[in-house]
Write a protein that binds this ligand. Structure first.
Ligand SMILES: C[S@@+](CC[C@H](N)C(=O)[O-])C[C@H]1O[C@@H](n2cnc3c(N)ncnc32)[C@H](O)[C@@H]1O
Length: 219
């Protein structure tokens, strides 16, 4: 995906209190960071963050960490979160959501074994060329990293409109030793759609009539 650089985005992200800076310092200490022992769930490649912002409001009993590797994109997520909270008194502002400007390749440097209870991958970049398959967030390269930070009963939830990426993932995930325990090729037609929280991409693609695929994988 080609991104337009936004002037000043690095400084904006560096100064934001919605971001955990130098997050490796919290490795093994995320419960202390949040000040409670609630489960910690991660969204990798959160983009502008609609999904995790909504989820964090619906579930104050869960701590959420959103990873996005580009400052230009993260800046938008921060601005949206701060806009939503501007009208609220301090005590009503979310304490269970923080953003990291990080690449998922660094997961084991940021989280101790078992520190995450769930990982969400939403509309991940498809990397269609086979030579780029290792960059797909459902590739064995990343599954190995998820294995290192997820608790034993933890899971990965993956949604995409991209059929080729989905079918490739359906084949590759079991080959990497994971079990797919839930799979649909038309999420919005399922009863669980009632509880589904949509991402920005999901709204865009489903409004064009595209079906949404979802799978849940465990070890
Ligand atoms: C296609 S967008 C989807 C955004 C959002 N999840 C949604 O559904 O609307 C994918 C996002 O993942 C981010 N991303 C891709 N690979 C990543 C990685 N290895 N680590 C962190 N973020 C990543 C990209 O920068 C991009 O913002």
């Amino acid at each position: 995906m080609r991104l337009r650089h936004i002037k000043g985005c690095e400084d904006f992200v560096a100064a934001s209190s919605s971001v955990a800076h130098s997050p490796e310092q919290y490795r093994g200490k995320w419960k202390e960071f949040f000040g409670n022992d609630h489960p910690v769930e991660l969204e990798i490649g959160m983009g502008k963050g609609q999904f995790i912002r909504k989820l964090s409001r619906m579930h104050p009993e869960v701590n959420y960490i959103g990873l996005e590797r580009y400052e230009t994109v993260l800046m938008k997520a921060i601005q949206r979160k701060e806009r939503e909270e501007a009208a609220l008194p301090e005590e009503e502002r979310r304490k269970n959501l923080v953003f990291l400007c990080e690449d998922a390749l660094r997961l084991p440097e940021l989280f101790a074994p078992g520190e995450a209870s769930k990982i969400y991958l939403n509309f991940s970049d498809p990397w269609p060329k086979s030579g780029h398959a290792h960059r797909r967030l459902t590739s064995p390269v990343f599954l190995k990293l998820y294995d290192q930070v997820l608790q034993p009963e933890g899971c990965v939830e993956f949604k995409t409109d991209n059929q080729a990426l989905f079918e490739w993932s359906v084949e590759t995930i079991p080959e990497a030793g994971w079990k797919i325990v839930r799979l649909t090729r038309d999420l919005h037609a399922e009863p669980e759609a009632a509880e589904n929280v949509m991402t920005e991409y999901e709204e865009k693609f489903s409004s064009r009539g595209q079906k949404i695929n979802k799978l849940v994988a465990v070890r």
